[in-house]
Design a binder for this molecule. Structure first.
Ligand code: ADP
Ligand code: MG
Ligand code: ZN
Length: 490
């Protein structure tokens, strides 16, 4: 029996979060909080006699994405009407791009357990979003509510070639694309608000074949989880059909979240069913060299480039570099802290504290790094105090807790609470002697060979020092003192 290889191509719809809509001046509002139908005008409600006007900022955002994806930019592209009837589409057509899209032939580098790979991008085009339907059932009556706040919101469609061959690659592609959109500042990445949606085209073929199998298209996937689960389900379903000697039917499917199965939807339209034709109300979209160059210059460092640089410049592990570059704001904070530490704190230590202590607090409080009550400089000052031994690690964690709570500068907290680390040898010696004198039984146990008791004694000394003693110095003094007592006992 031949082994089968999955073949997947993704279509990603991302809202471009401009201030106003694609073809009118209505604001782009948060669908989850705005009153329905409060951001609607004649244009986006599809009144006869109105005319669309292209949103320059939306084009600029689209160019950012297309350039970041290494696409070939078409400096002249054409808007087209995609005609179909649906209650969320007031005009009876969607303005999109078809034969001549904004950009084609790009690529996105993804990272999986197999290493790095380029996934080819087929096209990137601009269009407008539809309204939103809410299906309700009340007192036995079923009806649908229409909210046109989303109608006309700029939408970017990014279509990959069928280059993905596992669920892992699908996940990597989708998350990398989301990361990129956020880096570019064109989309919040807030999946719960539906600002990014996926469609997965899935087929399978015998390993070694270079022909494409019959594909299905899974529509309306609004989360990474739905994307991954539905693709995994389809791969298995199709392999089972082929193993039985059957044929996969080309169809459009939906994903039933509750039952976790794909379900057939309306049969797939062919392009001619949409009766695409050039939008007569809009001129061709022209992008001159100067504009293109301006956008190119404005691009930030790409996440994958930053990842590589973090690994090389700061000696970070794949895992740490991945976490630190996942979000631009995190990477910015990290680099600002490293810079502020002026070479006095190892970059690896900055990474450790950020990824453990700070991330834990952010997770616990459901906050993002931009909401920290202190800046990267203050964070660097704390780490400098720990690294130079002004305070010990434990005290550092306590100071950080105080910084989270009050936003105060670490130096002020250390001074105000008298937390400065004590390394004075005489003082430490005195604490060690006090502890050993106070606990003759434990000392005897240690001398009798139960050396792990030293950890308990260490704790007692630190306690006497109210946590401020230099731990290395305490350990050394403790070992030396116990050794002296052992020599005497011999
Ligand atoms: P449509 O616009 O009708 O959905 P396209 O030809 O534009 O069709 O393809 C859409 C997506 O389907 C692309 O991402 C493409 O890579 C993918 N695709 C096309 N053929 C296959 C196939 N046989 N198996 C998996 N994906 C496919
Ligand atoms: Mg499609
Ligand atoms: Zn409007």
């Amino acid at each position: 029996m031949p082994a089968y290889e999955p073949v997947i191509g993704l279509e990603v719809h991302a809202e471009l979060q401009t201030r106003s809509k694609m073809f009118c001046s209505c604001p782009v509002v948060d669908l989850t909080t705005a009153e329905p139908n409060t951001a609607v005008c004649e244009v986006c409600a599809g009144m006869p006699g109105t005319l669309p006007v292209i949103n320059e900022r939306a084009v600029e955002y689209a160019l950012r994405v297309a350039l970041a994806l290494d696409c070939q930019i078409h400096q002249q592209s054409i808007f087209a009407r995609k005609n179909y009837f649906y209650p969320d589409l007031p005009k009876g057509y969607q303005i999109s791009q078809y034969e001549l899209p904004l950009a084609t032939q790009g690529r996105l580098i993804i990272r999986t357990s197999q290493g790095e790979r380029a996934v080819r991008i087929r096209r990137v085009h601009l269009e407008e979003d539809t309204g939103k339907l809410t299906h309700v059932e009340r007192n036995g009556e079923r009806y649908s509510l229409v909210d046109l706040n989303r109608a006309g919101v700029p939408l970017l469609e990014i279509v990959s070639e069928p280059d993905l061959h596992s669920v892992e690659e699908v996940r990597a592609y989708a998350t990398t694309l989301r990361q990129l959109l956020r880096y570019l500042g064109v989309n919040s990445g807030d999946m719960q608000k539906g600002v990014i949606r996926f469609e997965a085209n899935v087929s399978v073929r015998p390993v070694g074949s270079n022909q494409l199998g019959t594909r299905v298209e899974i529509k309306n996937l609004n989360s990474f989880r739905a994307l991954e689960e539905s693709v995994a389900y389809e791969i298995e379903r199709q392999i089972r059909i082929l193993e039985r000697g059957g044929r996969v039917e080309q169809q459009t499917l939906g994903w039933d979240e509750a039952r976790r199965v794909t379900v057939p939807q309306r049969s797939k339209e062919e392009a001619h069913d949409y009766r695409y034709f050039p939008e007569p109300d809009l001129p061709p979209l022209l992008i001159d060299d100067a504009w293109l160059e301006r956008v190119r210059q404005s691009l930030p460092e790409m996440p994958w480039a930053r990842y590589r640089r973090f690994r090389e410049a700061y000696g970070l592990s794949e895992y740490d570099a991945g976490l630190l570059t996942a979000e631009k704001a995190v990477a910015d904070f990290y680099e600002a802290a490293v810079a502020a530490s002026q070479g006095q704190v190892p970059p690896k230590m900055v990474a450790n504290w950020l990824l453990s202590e700070v991330f834990r607090w952010l997770n616990e409080h459901g906050k993002s790094i931009t909401e920290l009550p202190f800046d990267a400089k203050a964070f660097a000052a704390l780490l400098r105090a720990v690294h130079t031994g002004a305070i010990n690690k434990n005290t550092g964690q306590k100071v950080l807790a105080e910084m989270f709570a009050t936003g105060q500068h670490p130096d002020r907290i250390i001074e105000a609470k008298g937390l400065r680390q004590i390394s004075d040898a005489d003082q430490i010696q005195a604490w060690v002697n006090e502890v050993l004198d106070a606990h003759p039984k434990e000392v005897a146990k240690y001398l009798a060979g139960k050396t792990s008791v030293i950890n308990w004694l260490f704790g007692q000394v630190m306690r006497r020092a109210r946590g401020r003693a230099n731990p290395q110095a305490v350990r050394q003094a403790l070992e030396a003192a116990l050794k002296r007592r052992a020599d005497i006992a011999d």
